[in-house]
Design a protein around this ligand. Structure first.
Ligand code: ADP
Ligand code: 5GP
Length: 188
């Protein structure tokens, strides 16, 4: 039985947009595993909802205390990690956990959860389209945009490590493909 889904995509592909729509359609079915991060909060983000925003020292303390299922330095100097306690929290709610993590985190979590997890990679049709989406989103500086695009090339090479790949070209098609995929695995 699938009790969690792992969703990875190069930043700017549209993962958040797709998941929001799925969550809206199935409001009591899913719960995000809330990750820890040392990156600064973006406008509108909340501690304990989007992420647990930690200082480098707080993050390192959790590393030493073995509180993470996995963690990665996703971008230079910025750490992201999945807390073991999140799985317990979501299991207690009787919901399907959603791990919104980078490709390496996704591969590691799949290795641990095996057939209990369905891993999904969302891909853009091109790097050029990805750049345009990140620019339109208006959240990146020139430097962070360059970092994300550079990393996207590496991330795309991971797509074969995932159970399924969904292309986000036309948004409504991608949302429908995602929903059909979850249905085919009896997740919804
Ligand atoms: P991610 O969570 O993968 O980093 P977002 O969901 O924030 O990406 O999407 C990045 C930007 O691209 C957002 O501004 C979003 O509205 C837009 N977007 C998402 N999917 C599409 C699509 N299929 N076509 C055009 N724009 C899209
Ligand atoms: P953002 O800064 O755009 O929110 O996220 C940047 C990247 O970090 C995304 O690819 C996101 O999936 C990834 N990420 C978020 N949380 C985690 C986590 O707990 N572990 C790992 N490995 N990656 C994460």
């Amino acid at each position: 039985m699938i009790s969690s889904i792992i969703v990875s995509a190069p930043s700017g592909t549209g993962k958040t947009t797709i998941l929001k729509e799925i969550f809206k359609k199935y409001p009591n079915k899913f719960s995000f595993s809330i990750s820890c991060t040392t990156r600064p909060k973006r406008e509108g983000e909340e501690h304990g909802k989007d992420y647990y925003f930690l200082s480098q020292e707080e993050f390192e303390l959790k590393m030493r205390n073995d509180e993470f299922l996995e963690y990665e330095q996703v971008y230079q100097g910025l750490c992201y990690g999945t807390l073991k306690s999140e799985i317990e929290r979501i299991n207690k709610e009787g919901k399907t956990a959603v791990f919104d993590v980078d490709v390496k985190g996704g591969k590691n979590i799949k290795k641990m959860l095996k057939d209990n997890a369905l891993s999904i990679f969302i891909a853009p049709i091109s790097i050029e389209v990805l750049k345009q989406r990140l620019m339109n989103r208006g959240t990146e500086t020139e430097e962070s945009l360059a970092k994300r695009l550079e990393r996207a090339e590496m991330e795309l090479s991971y797509k074969t490590s995932f159970d399924k790949v969904i292309i986000n070209d036309d948004l409504s098609t991608a949302i429908n493909d995602f929903e059909q995929l979850l249905k085919s695995y009896n997740v919804i």
